[in-house]
Design a protein around this ligand. Structure first.
Ligand code: F6P
Length: 326
């Protein structure tokens, strides 16, 4: 029997609670003890934790956010912070740590491994779906549905007013939320940097397309779904440019944090449950320094150092995108 610590770190994502539940119940069924550290790596540094039992994870599978709270922890970028975190783990006699989070959280885990000899295993939890080694991350399915619901509503106004709308979605540096929400909403244009080689050229073509749209009879609403950080100008500036260049009244809407919240959809709950159980099975088998993920419907593990391989991730993503490119 092991003493297992679990924490959620980085941007919260719907389904993190489902993952905590799966980790806890699975660990308990293998006679392990489970300790939830609070507010990401801060909980390790401050020795802020609580023992989790079956009752602690009842009634949470359907809730957004994370009962363990989350944070980004700058101290994990410094040796002092890492040493403190490692000391707490030793002091609490922890044998294994489960980190539910994204890229930054796994970098923290890798750095921590240099100072602590226990097992560390990662579970990909982020709406951004930007982790190499898992086709999907926990929270992504819900974020897409949330974004989609919002874009559908915005399209009503776009249609009624014959306006052009630029809708900015999250994703950090990855355009996959924009792509999937854009596809599902029938967006006239999806903007993400993975597909833009030359921004001025791209924008010029875009202005022409929007202008041409007023001259056809197909209906004048035009919705652009734009990934955050995809252009050197903001969504608001792009809308202003579109108004100026195309003569069509254009507006912008930034969806923001609504995409991180809400009840997780079935896909995220199922993914979280599979990955949570898989993490414990891998810990039982001695795994260390890896993330569990789903690749082509198979549960897999990948060493932390490869999870941020953005080049590989981008190759996969662009291949997926190009299948839909007009
Ligand atoms: O990683 C999740 C995410 O919501 C990104 O999509 C976004 O760029 C970032 O977090 C926002 O971070 P913060 O919560 O620190 O503002």
């Amino acid at each position: 029997s092991k003493r297992i610590a679990v924490l959620t770190s980085g941007g919260d994502a719907p389904g993190m609670n489902a993952a905590i539940r799966a980790v806890t119940l699975s660990a308990l069924s293998h006679q392990h003890q489970v300790f939830g550290f609070l507010s990401g790596y801060n909980g390790l540094i401050n020795e802020h934790f609580t023992e989790l039992n079956a009752a602690s994870v009842t009634d949470i599978i359907h809730r957004g956010g994370t009962i363990l709270k989350s944070a980004r922890c700058p101290q994990m970028h410094h040796t002092d912070g890492l040493l403190q975190a490692a000391n707490s783990l030793r002091k609490c006699h922890i044998d294994a740590l489960v980190v539910i989070g994204g890229d930054g959280s796994f970098k923290g885990a890798q750095a921590l491994a240099e100072h602590w000899s226990g097992q560390i295993i990662g579970i990909p939890g982020t709406i951004d779906n930007d982790i190499n080694g898992s086709d999907e991350t926990i929270g992504f399915h819900t974020a897409i549905d949330t974004a989609l619901g919002c874009i559908d509503k915005i399209r009503d106004t776009a249609q009624a007013f014959e306006r052009t709308f630029v809708v900015e979605v999250m994703g950090r540096d990855c355009g996959i939320i924009a792509m999937e929400a854009g596809l599902a909403s029938g967006a006239e244009q999806i903007i993400c940097k993975e597909l833009i080689d030359d921004e001025p050229q791209f924008l010029q073509k875009l202005y022409e397309q929007v202008k041409a749209n007023i001259n056809n009879d197909a209906g004048h609403s035009y919705v652009l779904v734009m990934a955050e950080h995809s252009l050197s100008i903001s969504a608001e500036q792009l809308a202003a440019q579109l108004t100026e260049h195309s003569g069509v009244e254009s507006r912008s809407a930034i969806l923001g944090y609504v995409q991180r919240g809400g009840a997780p959809v079935a896909g995220d709950r199922i993914l979280a449950t599979q990955l949570g159980c898989s993490a414990i099975e891998h810990l039982n088998a001695g795994a260390d320094g890896v993330m569990v993920g789903v690749v082509n419907n198979q549960l897999k593990t990948l060493a932390f150092e490869h999870t941020s391989d953005t080049q590989q991730r981008n190759r996969d993503f662009v291949a997926r995108l190009k299948r839909f490119r007009r």
